[in-house]
Every structure is written in structure tokens, then in C-alpha cells.
Design a binder for this molecule. Structure first.
Ligand SMILES: NC(=O)c1ccc[n+]([C@@H]2O[C@H](COP(=O)([O-])OP(=O)(O)OC[C@H]3O[C@@H](n4cnc5c(N)ncnc54)[C@H](O)[C@@H]3O)[C@@H](O)[C@H]2O)c1
Ligand SMILES: O=c1ccn([C@@H]2O[C@H](COP(=O)(O)OP(=O)(O)O[C@H]3O[C@H](CO)[C@@H](O)[C@H](O)[C@H]3O)[C@@H](O)[C@H]2O)c(=O)[nH]1
Length: 346
């Protein structure tokens, strides 16, 4: 690879950003985290990585961090991420995802940053008329979250054309799981993501798990999503950075495996991994949810040579469960033999 740039990871104390930091470190690429710790946590940043605590909206502070650490590339994960909340509080999303990204892009250009990789989302596609969804599928977001991200994509494209910034737009589908080596995971206690909530319910940390909508036009009536393991996604970021540094130009890729699972299928996978029934409650539809989002994931493999290593819902559930046990302190169940011995002894 050409000379490795120092990478500033905005949102690097959050779920996906912290896994990207590990992947960058594993690849020997120097990294600095910039995060306001609004949903991220200090402990998610490895001890040997500098954390600059700050808001991306504070562009003077951001500019100083870029200068001080000689940043040449930015991975921009910082943002607000909950689809249903974006329907209730749209301006929060246009502020944090669009307006703050505008300030960040402007600051990066003024400070001579060469490369930027942006966390976009499948939510930019809305309710696509055809499936699977390719990068050429028209973008028609149906919630403010998706709209706030699409506007940032457009700003990046225009800024790239005018100022020569190399941009990588990565449209993630549903991210799940945790670092298989147990170094990182999803830390937000009030997280809303299906697999996170389901493993919390499996561990007794929540009373139940709701299935939001059972009357969608899908085979079992529940929503379908294309789940991707967070460590495979983190690896895609390292490949995307190499691509921008070595080839220049721009990149737009879906990040997914290209197959969908319904909510009920995911919950069955959780039950299969834990060996226990889940406390499931059928509930009304959640605002802003499209029925099905399944990617065409050919381009990311072709352009980046990405070879996912964790393409299994069970592995996503297993690693998420292990991380949840780690942060909550809920012990592993005794093996069935131990349980039998305990019963006999009493
Ligand atoms: N989780 C998913 O399934 C998913 C799917 C598609 C896209 N994304 C995108 O990936 C990115 C990361 O998501 P995540 O799941 O890791 O979320 P997260 O909430 O765990 O991480 C976001 C991080 O950004 C920080 N942050 C938020 N606003 C900030 C600001 N103004 N200034 C500085 N730091 C700020 C938070 O403290 C947190 O550490 C987001 O941009 C999100 O939209 C996530
Ligand atoms: O307790 C729960 C949580 C979720 N769901 C359903 O599970 C599916 C997935 O939901 P969730 O895990 O919350 O993810 P999404 O709302 O699909 O959004 C995620 O995936 C998008 C990309 O597809 C990203 O843009 C978002 O940032 C990210 O939060 C949806 O049908 C939900 O209605 C439930 O039924 N019960």
C-alpha cells in the first residue's frame, strides 16, 4: 500500500466505529478517535489509541485535531442512528447527520484531508420497487434518518467534484454481532437493534422482545433485513481506505451479504443458539420501517475484493450474546451435565 495516512475516526467510541478502529489497528494503520461520547463510551477506545473528546459540530476543535494529528483520511461514523426516533425528532437528525457533516466536510477540505469514508445506510433506498437493491436502485428515503444521510452523500459527491476529495460512500444494511475475539461490541444499554434486544431478552435483561408488525407483505408477515457482521463491515473499511489511497477516485458500495432474514427467523436463530425459548410479544408496526431491505452485494466483492469471514446469523447472535454477557455480568448457563449434578446433590 502507498504511505499509510493517519485516520481520524469520528464516532470511534461507538459500536461500528470501535470495530473499525480495531481493524485499522490490526492492519497497522495509525488511528485517532474523535467522539463526543453521546452514545459511545470511552472504554470502547483501546488504551493505545488517542481519543479526542469533541463534537463534530465544533469545527474549530475539529480543525485543531486534524492539524495536531496530521490527519490525511477521515472515517465518518458519528451520527444519530435510530430510524423511529428520526420520525419523532427529524430536526435532530438533519442537525447531527446533515448539518454537522457539512461542517466536517468543509473543515476537512480546508485542512487538506485527502480521503473520506462515510457511513451511509440502506435507509436511503426507502421502499424499493425491486429486490435485491443495487447501488443503482433509485434513492427515495421514507424516513428523516435516510433523508439526512442521503443529503450528506450528495454534499460529498459535490465537494469531491469541486475540491478533489476522494470519497467512499458505504451503505450499510443491518449491522450486528461483536468482535469474535471479545475486544468490542455494542455497548448502548438502550439500543434498539433487533439482535441486541433479542440477546438482552434471552439473558433476562429485558422482560420480552416485541415483533414490530406481523402483517407485512412478506412470507411470515414480519420485516426482512440483510444482516452483516460488524467485523466484516470493519474489514470493508480498511479495504475501502486502501482503494481510495491507491486508486483515488470515488467509491459507492452496499455493505451486506445479499440475503434476507425475517424478524421471526432471527428470533429462531437466537433460540437455537441459547437453547431457550424467547419471551416474544407481537406488537404493532414501528414508524418508518420498510418491509424488506435485501442488497445486491456484488459490487463490494468485485471492487474491493472483500471476502466476508462471518456470514452467518448464528455467528452474529453468538458473538452478540458473548459480548452482552461480558458487559452485563450475566454468567453463562451451567452445562446440562453440571445442572444434573447440582440437582442430584440437592
Ligand atoms: N448500526 C447499524 O445497523 C447501522 C446501519 C447503517 C448505518 N449506520 C451508521 O453507522 C454509523 C455508526 O453507527 P453505530 O451503530 O456505531 O452507532 P453508535 O451510536 O454506536 O455510534 C455513533 C458514535 O458517534 C458519536 N457521535 C454522535 N454524534 C456525534 C457528534 N455530533 N460529534 C461527535 N461524536 C458523535 C457517538 O458518541 C457514538 O460514539 C452511524 O453514522 C450510522 O448512521 C449504522
Ligand atoms: O425489538 C425489536 C427491534 C427491531 N424489530 C424489527 O427488526 C427489524 C430490524 O430493526 P433494527 O434492528 O432496529 O434495524 P433497522 O430499523 O432496520 O435499522 C438499522 O439498519 C438500517 C439499515 O438497514 C440502518 O440505517 C439503521 O441505522 C439501523 O438502526 C425491523 O423490522 C424492526 O421493526 C423488532 O421487531 N423488534
Amino acid at each position: 500500500m502507498s504511505e499509510l495516512p493517519v485516520v481520524l475516526v469520528t464516532g470511534g467510541a461507538g459500536y461500528i466505529g470501535s470495530h473499525a478502529v480495531l481493524a485499522l489497528k490490526d492492519a497497522g494503520i495509525p488511528v485517532v478517535v474523535y467522539d463526543n461520547l453521546s452514545t459511545g463510551v470511552r472504554l470502547a477506545v483501546p488504551d493505545d489509541v488517542t481519543l479526542v473528546e469533541g463534537d463534530i459540530g465544533d469545527t474549530a476543535h475539529l480543525a485543531r485535531a486534524i492539524q495536531e494529528h496530521r490527519i490525511a483520511a477521515v472515517m465518518h461514523f458519528a451520527g444519530s442512528i435510530v430510524v423511529s426516533e428520526s420520525v419523532e425528532k427529524p430536526l435532530k437528525y438533519y442537525h447531527n447527520n446533515t448539518q454537522n457533516s457539512l461542517g466536517l466536510i468543509d473543515t476537512c477540505i480546508k485542512q487538506g484531508v485527502r480521503h473520506m469514508i462515510f457511513s451511509s445506510t440502506a435507509a436511503v433506498y426507502g421502499e424499493p420497487e425491486s429486490s435485491p437493491i443495487s447501488e443503482d436502485t433509485p434513492t427515495k428515503p421514507i424516513n428523516p434518518y435516510g433523508a439526512s444521510k442521503l443529503m450528506t452523500e450528495q454534499m460529498l459527491r459535490d465537494a469531491s467534484a469541486a475540491h478533489g476529495l476522494n470519497i467512499g460512500i458505504l451503505r450499510y444494511f443491518n449491522v450486528a454481532g461483536a468482535d469474535p475475539a471479545g475486544r468490542a461490541g455494542q455497548n448502548t444499554p438502550a439500543a434498539t437493534h433487533l439482535i441486541k434486544v433479542a440477546v438482552q431478552a434471552a439473558l433476562g435483561l429485558r422482560d420480552s422482545i416485541s415483533v414490530f408488525g406481523t402483517d407485512y407483505q412478506t412470507p411470515d408477515g414480519t420485516c426482512i433485513r440483510d444482516y452483516i457482521h460488524v467485523s466484516d463491515l470493519a474489514d470493508a473499511h480498511v479495504l475501502a481506505l486502501r482503494h481510495l489511497v491507491e486508486n483515488g477516485g470515488n467509491l459507492l458500495v452496499n455493505c451486506a451479504y445479499g440475503r434476507g432474514f425475517s424478524v421471526r427467523e432471527v428470533l429462531r436463530a437466537v433460540e437455537a443458539v441459547t437453547g431457550e425459548p424467547l419471551p416474544v410479544v407481537d406488537a404493532p408496526r414501528r414508524a418508518g420501517d420498510p418491509p424488506a431491505l435485501v442488497a445486491s452485494a456484488d459490487r463490494i466483492r468485485q471492487v474491493l475484493g472483500w471476502k466476508p469471514a462471518h456470514d452467518s446469523v448464528e455467528e452474529m447472535v453468538r458473538t452478540a450474546l458473548a459480548w452482552e454477557r461480558h458487559i452485563s455480568g450475566v454468567p453463562d448457563r451451567p452445562a446440562s451435565g453440571d445442572a444434573a449434578q447440582t440437582r442430584q446433590a440437592s
